[in-house]
Structures are given as structure tokens and as C-alpha cells.
Write a new protein. Structure first.
Length: 207
């Protein structure tokens, strides 16, 4: 347990300083949760592109988080953030892809583009899995694309994902704590102008 905590704080420091001229460490991540104060600090409630979309009354209540964003939503804290919702996601025909998906929350908006809206939601799958997904929506209330950016499970408490969201790329880091030495794997995506997520290859030497 102590070794996991040590790795967590070490990786947190490396991840936070990734853009400060140091070596890139996209294969390392953190499981530190944002506090309510941190969410408020990097958020704004000004009007944005999403206000021109249907259901702006609901979505306009969500904070717009500034880049970079580290999303490590976990079971112990996810109900503290966002707005509980089922109706809006049904209207846009969101399909979680999990038969036991429940407890949906719309968390925040991301200012990627004026061409489409981007929202981040969390939901449970059964009692032991928690998914956080980024959704892009067009002006006709149609889902363009979706990407899982964070994950938590409490059955083994051994697997998780953390997303780092930047203006020009999204990095999703998977953590596997099943073995004595944890394993971190990284995937990088870009968001095209049409609202589609595209996985890209990264140079291993830059990680």
C-alpha cells in the first residue's frame, strides 16, 4: 500500500511538470482527485459555444474548465461534482455501451471549438466500475463522437485510467496495479475540427 502511495505522488509531480520543459512522462499518471476549490479555480461560467446548442439551460450551469485538465474521477468523489442527469443524455441518445449503466452525472464543459460542444460525463457500470467519458455534440443535438478519458474500479482496486486534456491533444493513461511493479500505458488522441477523436502514434523517445 505504501509503495502505491509513493508511486502515485511521484507520478503526480512528473505529470504536473510535464509542460514545464522537463522530460515527457505520458506513461506515468496520478490518482489525485481535484478538490472543489481546484475545480472552481480553473473554471469559468461565461457563455460559450455550447449555449447555442439545445438544452443550453442545463448545460450552461456547468463550469467550463480551462486547459490543461487532469481528470482522475474516482468512486469516492464523483458524486461531489457536476449535475445528476438522465433526461438530457436520453434526448441526445447517448449509448454508454454497458447494460448496467446508472447514476449519470454531467461534470463540465471543455472549450475545444465553436463548431461543436464538448461535455464530460461520469456514470457507473454495475456496483464496481466507474467511467468518465468525453462527448462531442453538434448543433442539432447529435452525438459526434465519444472517448473514455477516466476509469475506476473497486472490485480489485487495481485498474484505473486518468486523462490529461490539452488544447491540441488528449492523453489517456491506463494504470495496472496487479503486480508488485505497476504498469502504465499511454494512448494519445487529437480532436479533429469535425468533432471526431483520432488516435495518433507518439514517439516512444518522447515519453
Amino acid at each position: 500500500m505504501m509503495s502505491k502511495i509513493f508511486y502515485t505522488f511521484l507520478i503526480a509531480a512528473l505529470l504536473l511538470f510535464q509542460n514545464c520543459g522537463g522530460r515527457k512522462t505520458e506513461k506515468k499518471t496520478t490518482e489525485i482527485e481535484p478538490t472543489i476549490e481546484e475545480v472552481a479555480k480553473d473554471s469559468t461560467y461565461l457563455k460559450s459555444d455550447i449555449d447555442s446548442y439545445a438544452d443550453s439551460g442545463l448545460l450552461s450551469k456547468l463550469p467550463v474548465r480551462d486547459f490543461p485538465i487532469i481528470d482522475s474521477t474516482r468512486f469516492e468523489s464523483f458524486e461531489k461534482y457536476g449535475i445528476r442527469d438522465n433526461d438530457f443524455l436520453k434526448r441526445i441518445k447517448f449509448d454508454a455501451g454497458h447494460a448496467n449503466a446508472t447514476n449519470f452525472r454531467i461534470n463540465y464543459r471543455v472549450p475545444f471549438s465553436e463548431n461543436f460542444g464538448t461535455v464530460v460525463i461520469s456514470y457507473q457500470s454495475g456496483e464496481h466500475e466507474l467511467f468518465t467519458t468525453m462527448i462531442t455534440i453538434d448543433k442539432h443535438n447529435k452525438i459526434i463522437d465519444k472517448l473514455d478519458i477516466s476509469y475506476d474500479e473497486i472490485a480489485e482496486s487495481a485498474f484505473s485510467k486518468t486523462g490529461k486534456i490539452e488544447k491540441h491533444k488528449i492523453t489517456v493513461i491506463s494504470n495496472n496495479w496487479m503486480n508488485e511493479v505497476p504498469v502504465f500505458e499511454s494512448e494519445t488522441y487529437i480532436l479533429d475540427n469535425n468533432g471526431k477523436f483520432k488516435k495518433i502514434q507518439t514517439d516512444p523517445r518522447s515519453q
